[in-house]
Design a binder for this molecule. Structure first.
Ligand code: NAD
Ligand code: DAU
Length: 349
C-alpha cells in the first residue's frame, strides 16, 4: 500500500490529481495537504471526500512542525507537490507570498522527505510539479525542451524556477529520488476565474467586459487539465528518477484567436445572437513583463512514456464551458467576497 502526499490538492490541477489517484488506486492512501488560500476549495473534491483511501489535512506547507509531524504520522513514500501561488498577476502585485509558498514551502517538504526517509530511498519518490514559464519567453519560432536554459521573467516564474533548482539540489546533494515535470497552460473545470479562460467565461455570462492585455497577440500552449493529471500519474509510475519531463498540448493559440473561439461557443450555449460576446472584448494595459510566447516540445513524453493528450482543444473547451454553465453555485461562491476586491484592484471596475 502506497502512502501518497499530494500538496495543493484543493486547487485547480491538484483536485484533478487527487481524483485521478483516489479513484484509480483504491489500495493507496492519498493525503491532501492544502491551506485553502483563495484558490483552494473543498467544493472541488466533493465527489471523493468520503472515499476510504482519502484524507484531507488543512495546513501550510511552510509550517515545519505541521509538515514534519504529518510525515511522521503517515510515513509517506510518495510526494506529489503541487501547492503553490500560481497566478502571474498576483505575483506582480505581491511577490513575497510567492517566495514564501513556492520557495520556502518546497524546501520545507524536501527537508521533511529527507528526514523521514533517512537515506532509505527504496520505492520513494518526490515528484515536483512545475511550469513551462521557467524557460522564459519564446519568439515567433522554437519550442521549450527539457534542455532549454532557465530564464524566468515574472516573480511567479522566478519562484517556480527557484523551487525547481532546490529540488534538483536535493537530488544531487542528498540523493533524494526526485522527478520533475514542467507543463504548459492548463484549462478545464475547477479553475479559479482569475486565469484567462474561466475569467472570460464568467464575464461573458454576466455581460462584463473581456479585458485583453495589450493587443492580445501573446501565445499560450493549452492542455486540458485531466490530460495533465494523467500525465502526472504516468510519470510517477514510469518516469526515471532525476529526470525532467515537459508536458504540453501541441496546441498553440494567440490569446485573441482563442477568445474569439470562446465567444462563439458561449453565444451558442447561451442562445445569444452571433457576435454578442465578441463585442465585450476590451483592450487594457498590458501585463508588466508579459511573456510573448510559450510552447512545449513534449516529444520526450511521447518517445519515452507513450503519452500524448487525449482530448482535442475543441472537445476540452466545450466540456469546460459546459462545466462552468452547470456549476453556477461554484462560480458564485468563488466570485463573492474577496474576489470582488481583487477584481477591482486588477481591472478597476
Ligand atoms: P491553484 O492556484 O489553482 O492551486 C494551488 C493550491 O495550492 C490551492 O489549493 C492553494 O490553497 C494551495 N496552497 C497555496 N499555498 C499553500 C501553502 N502555503 N500551503 C498549502 N497549500 C497551499 O494552482 P494550479 O493552477 O492548480 O497549479 C498547481 C501547480 O501546477 C502549481 O505548482 C503550478 O505552478 C503548476 N502549474 C500550473 C499550470 C496552470 O496552467 N495552472 C501549468 C503548469 C504548472
Ligand atoms: O504556462 C503555464 C502557466 O500558465 C502556469 O504556470 C500558471 O500557473 C498559469 O497561471 C498560466 O500562466 P499565464 O500567465 O499564461 O495564464 P493566464 O491565464 O493568467 O493568462 C493567459 C494569457 O492571457 C496571458 O498571455 C495573459 C492573458 N490575459 C490574462 C488575463 C487574466 C489577458 O489578456 N487578460 C486577462 O484578464
Amino acid at each position: 500500500m502506497k502512502h501518497i502526499l499530494i500538496t495543493g490538492g484543493a486547487g485547480f490541477i491538484g483536485s484533478h490529481v487527487v481524483r485521478q489517484f483516489v479513484n484509480n488506486y483504491p489500495d493507496n492512501l492519498i493525503v491532501n495537504i492544502d491551506n485553502l488560500t483563495y484558490a483552494g476549495n473543498l467544493l472541488n473534491l466533493t465527489d471523493v471526500e468520503k472515499k476510504s483511501n482519502y484524507r484531507f489535512v488543512k495546513g501550510d506547507i511552510v509550517d515545519e512542525d505541521k509538515v514534519f509531524s504529518l510525515f511522521e504520522q503517515y510515513r509517506f513514500d510518495t510526494i506529489i507537490h503541487l501547492a503553490a501561488e500560481s497566478h502571474v498577476d498576483r505575483s506582480i502585485a505581491n511577490p513575497m507570498a510567492f517566495v514564501h509558498t513556492n520557495v520556502l514551502g518546497t524546501v520545507n517538504l524536501l527537508n521533511a522527505a529527507r528526514h523521514i526517509w533517512n537515506q532509505d530511498y527504496h520505492d520513494k519518490k518526490f515528484y515536483h510539479i512545475s511550469t513551462d514559464e521557467v524557460y522564459g519567453s519564446l519568439g515567433e519560432d522554437g519550442l521549450f525542451t527539457e534542455e532549454t536554459p532557465y530564464d524566468p521573467r515574472s516573480p511567479y516564474s522566478a519562484s517556480k524556477a527557484s523551487s525547481d533548482h532546490f529540488v534538483r539540489a536535493w537530488y544531487h546533494t542528498y540523493g533524494l529520488p526526485v522527478i520533475l515535470s514542467n507543463c504548459s497552460n492548463n484549462y478545464g473545470p475547477n479553475q479559479f476565474p482569475e486565469k484567462l479562460i474561466p475569467l472570460f467565461i464568467n464575464n461573458i455570462i454576466h455581460n462584463k467586459p473581456l479585458p485583453v492585455y495589450g493587443k492580445g497577440e501573446n501565445v499560450r500552449d493549452w492542455l486540458y487539465v485531466v490530460d495533465h493529471a494523467m500525465a502526472i500519474d504516468l510519470i510517477l509510475r514510469k518516469g526515471r528518477i532525476g529526470e525532467t519531463y515537459n508536458i504540453g498540448g501541441h496546441n498553440e493559440w494567440k490569446n485573441l484567436d482563442l477568445i474569439r473561439v470562446l465567444c462563439k461557443i458561449m453565444d451558442k450555449k447561451l442562445d445569444r445572437a452571433a457576435g454578442t460576446s465578441e463585442k465585450l472584448i476590451t483592450y487594457v494595459k498590458d501585463r508588466a513583463g508579459h511573456d510573448l510566447r510559450y510552447a512545449i516540445d513534449a516529444s520526450k513524453m511521447l518517445d519515452e512514456l507513450g503519452w500524448k493528450p487525449s482530448v482535442t482543444f475543441e472537445e476540452g473547451l466545450d466540456k469546460t464551458v459546459d462545466w462552468y454553465l452547470e456549476n453556477e453555485d461554484w462560480l458564485n461562491q468563488v466570485t463573492s467576497g474577496d474576489y470582488q476586491t481583487y477584481y477591482q484592484q486588477q481591472y478597476g471596475s
